[in-house]
Design a protein around this ligand. Structure first.
Ligand SMILES: [Zn+2]
Length: 274
């Protein structure tokens, strides 16, 4: 072997030894890291939970410190306060959800403050609370678009109107009947300005149970809730509402509530647990 060759092999040997050392060094580092991981896993799954938690929180604080230094301080987003679920107000006289019945009566002096004249087909001037009036006008025009011509028979009635009506029915049908229809002074939602009696344009089944056989009634059953109105005295609920089945009597509660109550198939008393 020549001298130059020997030098070459000597250099090669040195390089190989150096590479071996580097690889060995890396191997030691890797193994010690693995061992640390194994130890930390053991600590986490072991009985010393407190130390594991402390180590975890230390890690978390390290991370957050790192994040804080690395990222420019962000303006904290205000946390939205949890929206309190509003309890439906079924007791205030001016609430759109006020329930009036035989046991929950209105004072004879109660008159809604926002009564307006309703602009729909009717035989005389009828008033409702503003929101109910707009909703009714919208509903009548939607019905008309579907070829259904509704007529408004009655809306807001004062305590005095109810007294007059009640006496009229007592004379006409007797007290037993007057007591189970929606005419009782103080116990009628007509005094809220949120109840309507609806009819057909030709007067078929006016304020009669057979109103439910008309196309007008069928349209209302399918669409009234979309405009905020519910059938207030459904069939088979007289023991709850105190009023006989009145397919012509609708009550305004607002669209969202009307959709929910209508879908539930319950009366307002049942729906709100009154
Ligand atoms: Zn009525």
């Amino acid at each position: 072997m020549k001298r130059s060759e020997r030098r070459f092999y000597a250099k090669l040997y040195t390089v190989i030894v150096l590479c071996g050392l580097i690889v060995a060094g890396l191997l030691v580092l890797t193994l010690s890291g693995g061992a640390q991981r194994i130890r930390s896993t053991a600590a986490n799954s072991g009985s010393n939970t407190a130390s594991a938690m402390a180590s975890a929180s230390a890690n978390a604080s390290t991370v957050s410190t790192a994040a804080a230094t690395a990222v420019p301080t962000a303006v904290p987003t205000p946390t939205a306060a949890p929206t309190p679920t509003a309890t439906p107000d079924t007791t205030s006289d001016d609430s759109l959800l006020k329930i009036v019945n035989r046991t929950s009566r209105l004072d004879q002096n109660y008159v809604p403050e926002d009564l307006v004249q309703v602009d729909v087909a009717s035989s005389h001037t009828i008033y409702l609370r503003s929101e109910a009036a707009s909703a009714l006008e919208e509903m009548f025009s939607a019905a008309e678009d579907d070829g259904v011509n509704l007529v408004l028979i009655s809306g807001y009635r004062s305590y005095e109107d109810e007294t007059e009506l009640y006496n009229y029915y007592v004379n006409l049908y007797g007290k037993d009947h007057a007591d189970i229809i929606d005419d009782m002074p103080g116990a009628s939602e007509h005094q809220l300005g949120l109840a309507v009696d609806l009819g057909t344009s030709d007067g078929t089944c006016r304020l009669d149970e057979c109103f439910d056989t008309t196309g007008e009634s069928a349209w209302l059953v399918n669409h009234a809730a979309e405009y905020g109105w519910i059938l207030r005295y459904p069939q088979g609920k007289q023991d709850i509402t105190g009023v006989i089945y009145s397919p012509w009597n609708y009550r305004y509660v607002g669209r969202d509530m009307a959709m929910k109550i209508s879908a539930s198939g319950l009366t307002m008393e049942e729906y709100f647990g009154e």
